[in-house]
Design a protein around this ligand. Structure first.
Ligand code: GTB
Length: 235
């Protein structure tokens, strides 16, 4: 069966590949699995039909036969488990690659998301600049640690894995902030991820939703057709 994922009908990032469907698209492209895309508006995400798939009323979701999943990490892990190419065969190497997926989502991403949310939620507060400095320091600490671990290696642990896919996507959330550039091995690492043909196909497919352009990617987008929604809660 062809799995169906959900994505924003109109992503607030205007197709820069920051919404979390991009991780799922990239994983599907890496393993060569064609997929359908159901586009949802912010309103539809909060309706019972979508909440039956996603209790928190968000994207992405993943449906394949009688299996329905939510959470980009769980979805990418499922894809990596079901197909070859994203997790090593060796049991220990596989466990380490999975560890890097968790590290990306649970250790590196939280301060980045907190920093983003602070700009939306506290941008007009008197303490904002001070708080920003604290949050950026937290991000820099993590990036410094990650940079030291990566060193001169191409990927985090041997061959490219779902751990790298997730880490690259998390680091991309800092695009436009001049933070990753201070760690040349990390910016080269992100660039290597973005240079992968599967990344490019996934990126083009999600951008095509925004521009309305056709795409050579195997994804096929279907929209129920409704207007854009608020940015609130989009993280
Ligand atoms: N932990 C969940 C996962 O990893 O799947 C988080 C899912 C999530 O945050 N989904 C967001 C969503 O549906 C879209 S990806 N938000 C709507 C809502 O909560 O009502 C986060 C996102 C959105 C937009 C941008 N952007 O415009 O730059 C970046 C990231």
């Amino acid at each position: 069966m062809t799995p169906t994922i959900t994505a924003f009908e109109r992503s607030p990032d205007r197709g820069r590949g920051q919404a979390r469907d991009m991780r799922v698209r990239w994983a599907l492209e890496e393993v060569g699995q064609p997929y359908d895309v159901r586009l949802v508006s912010f309103r539809e995400m909060k309706e019972p039909a979508h909440r039956a798939l996603h209790p928190f009323g968000q994207i992405p979701t993943y449906e394949d036969g009688d299996l329905a999943l939510f959470e980009s990490g769980a979805i990418v892990f499922h894809i990596a488990e079901r197909h070859g190419g994203l997790l090593p065969d060796d049991a220990n190497a596989r466990a380490r690659a999975i560890t890097w997926m968790f590290a990306a989502l649970n250790t590196v991403e939280p301060p980045i998301v907190e920093r983003e949310q602070a700009s939306y939620v506290e941008g007009d507060k008197s303490w904002y600049e001070e708080r920003l400095a604290v949050l950026e320091e937290r991000i820099r600490n993590r990036l410094g640690e990650l940079s030291r671990r990566l060193g001169d290696a191409e990927w985090l642990d041997g061959a490219f894995s779902a751990g790298d896919l997730m880490m690259v996507m998390v680091l991309r959330r800092l695009d436009g902030m001049d933070i990753v550039d201070d760690y040349p091995n990390l910016s080269a690492y992100v660039a290597r991820g973005e240079a992968r043909p599967a990344f490019k196909r996934a990126f083009a497919a999600q951008l095509a939703v925004f521009t309305g352009a056709g795409s050579a990617a195997p994804a096929r987008a279907r929209s129920p057709g409704s207007g854009p929604g608020p940015m609130d809660g989009a993280m």
